[in-house]
Ligand binder design. Structure first.
Ligand code: PXG
Length: 465
């Protein structure tokens, strides 16, 4: 079926007027963007009528799948009731209050670090800017204004604003913006496949990787360091799943030096890893938790920070005015959609479904995928997964960056009607949490087919010898 959209016209208008994010504008205008026109369940359709199985939930956000009427109804109702009002001047609105209370009830209490408050934004990037502002305000109010440095990891993704991109550890982004901004430092990521030593176990590596934090704190001077920020599992960096020993050791180090701990759960929260929030699963107790994306399943933009009691008490009890906020902080329509989305997730028990049912089912398939001659490692965490494309499995020999094997594989996925992301030589997925078993089978069959096609191609090119 072809949708009534003139592809060539929209591609021409697109390249004439729309500068896309993270895009080589000239290259895109030469090829023309794919025009997406509609969606249902786990599928999207382009303007040529091709159906695509969305293995990335849009961009890690459409956790409840496409076409959920409850979310559209909630937006419509709220737009007709109170489409907008600010929350700056001693005013509030019903959905923003209800959603804050709901989020506080869903966030597992981490000992004395209870999450009772929410600071709203409209995206993950803005939320991390808010984190920087809150962390600095916290230490200022406690009379330790010299505690400025926030430590993050290489290959982390924390957004694309000046602070978000600085916190992130993407060298390509730093190179283009004179980043990072001052007082951001980075340590190496906990990527065992790449950084593990011969003979070292994953658990040993996890402790060693966490140790890089302590080394960095000592190098900077412990009284200069304000916080550590990390994604529970690095998403955009390629679904880098840390060893089980990593986060508890990070917690020990953070506690030893009194740092604040920020868990950036923009991708990992709201069922993706089989729980509402991910810090609990990995055994640590953050002070601030960044969220966005799946809080509304991406239907409308919404983000924010869960503020734990340690920071909340200081901001509220010691502070005067906190001079920071956004026009859309607590946007009533976004919050109403968030409430409807969380209600739907609760009704369909999506976090539990990932934990007990579809997560383990996908993991079984990935054990089989790891047998593929092109796959050096295949692993899942909840309902996200990554695999590494290799030349040889034992000993592991990797493709060179210039060979761009991930992009070759991604090209085949595109052709075969599957959205799967390439991050270097890692192929990653994060499908909608509502996928049925037979849809998972369908997705995995497509993945295997694309791996086969890629294997044939790299053999033809003589890269395997
Ligand atoms: N933190 C994390 C952990 C993220 O994954 C952000 C912050 C920023 O969120 P906003 O809403 O400002 O984009 C993200 C976003 C990719 C990709 O290619 C991932 C993200 C964004 C764009 C592309 O995987 N994650």
């Amino acid at each position: 079926m072809t949708d009534a959209v003139d592809t060539a016209l929209f591609q021409a208008l697109d390249s004439a007027h729309f500068l896309h994010p993270f895009t080589d504008f000239k290259e895109l205008s030469g090829r023309g963007a794919r025009v997406m026109v509609r969606s249902e369940g786990i599928y999207v359709w382009d303007s040529e009528g091709a159906r695509v199985l969305d293995g990335m939930s849009g961009l890690w956000c459409v956790n409840v799948g496409y076409g959920r009427r409850e979310l559209a109804d909630a937006a419509h109702h709220q737009m007709m009731t109170l489409p907008y009002y600010n929350s700056f001047f001693q005013t509030t609105n019903v959905p923003a209050v209800q959603l804050a209370a709901k989020l506080a009830s869903l966030a597992p209490n981490a000992g004395e670090r209870r999450f009772q408050h929410v600071f709203y934004s409209s995206s993950g990037s803005e939320s991390n800017d808010s984190n920087v502002r809150m962390v600095r305000r916290y230490w200022d109010l406690l009379g330790q204004p010299q505690r400025k440095v926030i430590i993050s990891r290489i290959n982390a993704y924390h957004g694309s604003t000046m602070a978000g991109a600085s916190l992130g550890g993407m060298s390509g982004m730093h190179a283009q913006g004179d980043l990072p901004i001052p007082n951001i430092a980075h340590i190496e990521q906990p990527y065992f496949f790449e950084n593990g030593l011969p003979g070292e176990t994953a658990d040993e590596f996890g402790l060693r990787a966490a140790g890089w934090l302590e080394q960095k704190i000592l190098a900077l001077g412990p009284d200069q360091v304000a916080a550590f920020i990390g994604e529970p599992v690095q998403g955009a960096g390629g679904v880098i799943i840390p060893p089980a020993t990593y986060w508890p050791e990070i917690q020990r180090i953070v506690d030893k030096y009194g740092l604040l701990l920020i868990s950036d759960e923009v991708i990992c929260a709201f069922g993706r890893l089989g729980s509402w929030f991910a810090y609990d699963k990995f055994g640590y107790k953050p002070d601030l938790v960044t969220f966005a994306k799946a809080v509304t399943s991406g239907y409308v933009p919404l983000g924010g920070v869960m503020v734990g009691d340690r920071v909340g008490k200081v901001l509220i009890e010691h502070g005067g005015e906190f001079a920071h906020g956004y026009t859309y902080s607590g946007h009533p329509v976004a919050c109403a959609v968030g409430l409807a989305n969380l209600a739907l997730m609760e009704r369909e028990q999506l976090p539990q479904r990932v934990r007990d049912d579809v997560g383990p089912y996908l993991a079984q398939h990935y054990v089989a995928i790891s047998e593929h001659p092109l796959v050096g490692l295949a692993e899942t965490c909840g309902f996200m997964a990554g695999l590494v494309l290799v030349k040889t499995k034992a000993p592991v020999q990797r493709f060179t960056e210039a060979q761009g094997v991930g992009m070759i594989c991604r090209g085949y996925c595109f052709e075969q009607g599957l959205i799967m992301r390439a991050v270097g030589d890692r192929m990653i997925i994060a499908p909608p949490l509502v996928m049925t078993h037979s849809q998972i089978d369908e997705m995995v069959a497509l993945i295997v087919k694309c791996l086969d096609l890629t294997y044939q191609e790299v053999r033809r090119r003589g890269w395997l010898a």
